[in-house]
Design a protein around this ligand. Structure first.
Ligand code: HEC
Length: 253
């Protein structure tokens, strides 16, 4: 056992006094921690809407944010469509355009842009075929303009797709047009060119696989006879000794 000397007791007392002082000072500090402020997502009675987070003012431009010029925003110069991009087209721009195109345009225009998307195949008004010489000859900003304002029975996409992305899609449509209609002269010397039907055969499909296709007619209300055959087909397709799904299968997912 150690015997405590007077000086060690004094040291201990001073140390605990110091700790207590620090605790007291920090406990009642009156600095910026106590300023009036809104905690995110917490309501307030100050504004009539009850929201403490103020809505963005329409058309507000953040400091250093690119707001573009008139052509970037409208696709028009002196009221006319132009065959030019308002910013440089890089691979990143094209990839973004492809992604947005595949999301927003393929349902009607199809992935290759021939205007035979699934909605059109099921009865919607035929959408434009981007390889139609008349549409392909349109200036680039025409595509931007159509997305911004709609066209005939096509709705506009200005609410869903940002200005920047609408230009990226327009650039991608040009790439699509090139991909489907490139002349042999564009192929670098020495490169091998194959017919689409040959590519199809090599992939194990019939050569006719690449021809224009059409979906079978659909009937919304099957007749009584069809219902019966469909029911039988389903019953016979059911494997006889299929094990019941395990009770805990949800856990494994
Ligand atoms: C809901 C179906 C639908 C979707 C989705 C759609 N379109 Fe269309 N689009 C149409 C139809 C229908 C027409 C033909 C309109 C007409 O002639 O009345 C058309 C026509 C066009 C035209 C041709 C205009 C011309 O000069 O003849 C362009 C360009 C076009 N769409 C671009 C796009 C782009 C880009 C997207 C994706 C952002 C898109 N569309 C999404 C239905 C659609």
């Amino acid at each position: 056992m150690r015997i405590r000397t007077a000086s060690s007791v004094l040291r201990a007392t001073l140390a605990s006094a110091a700790v207590l002082t620090v605790a007291l000072i920090s406990g009642c500090r009156q600095d910026m921690q106590n300023q009036p402020k809104f905690v995110p997502q917490r309501g307030t009675t100050f504004f009539p809407s009850g929201r403490s987070v103020r809505p963005e003012v329409l058309g507000a431009v953040a400091r250093n944010q690119f707001d573009g010029d008139e052509y970037y925003n409208t696709g028009l110069i002196d009221g006319k469509e132009q065959n030019a991009m308002p910013f440089p087209v890089t691979m990143t721009v094209l990839e973004r355009g492809q992604e947005r195109y595949n999301i927003y345009c393929t349902p009607c225009h199809s992935r290759v842009g021939n205007g035979r998307g699934m909605i059109v195949e099921r009865g919607y008004k035929p959408a434009g075929n981007f390889h139609d010489p008349l549409i392909a000859a349109k200036p680039l900003s025409h595509y931007f303009f159509v997305m911004t304002h709609g066209y005939g029975s096509m709705p506009d996409y200005s609410a869903q797709i940002t200005t920047q992305d609408r230009w990226a899609i327009a650039a991608y449509i040009r790439a699509l047009q090139l991909s489907q209609d490139a002349p042999l002269a564009d192929v670098p010397a020495g490169a091998q060119v194959q017919k689409l039907s040959e590519v199809s055969e090599q992939a194990g499909f019939a050569p006719t696989f690449v021809d224009a296709w059409s979906l079978p007619q659909v009937t919304n209300v099957p007749s009584a006879g069809e219902m019966q055959t469909a029911g039988k087909a389903k019953a016979s397709a059911q494997p006889g000794n299929m094990a019941a799904p395990a009770k805990n299968s949800a856990k494994d997912r």
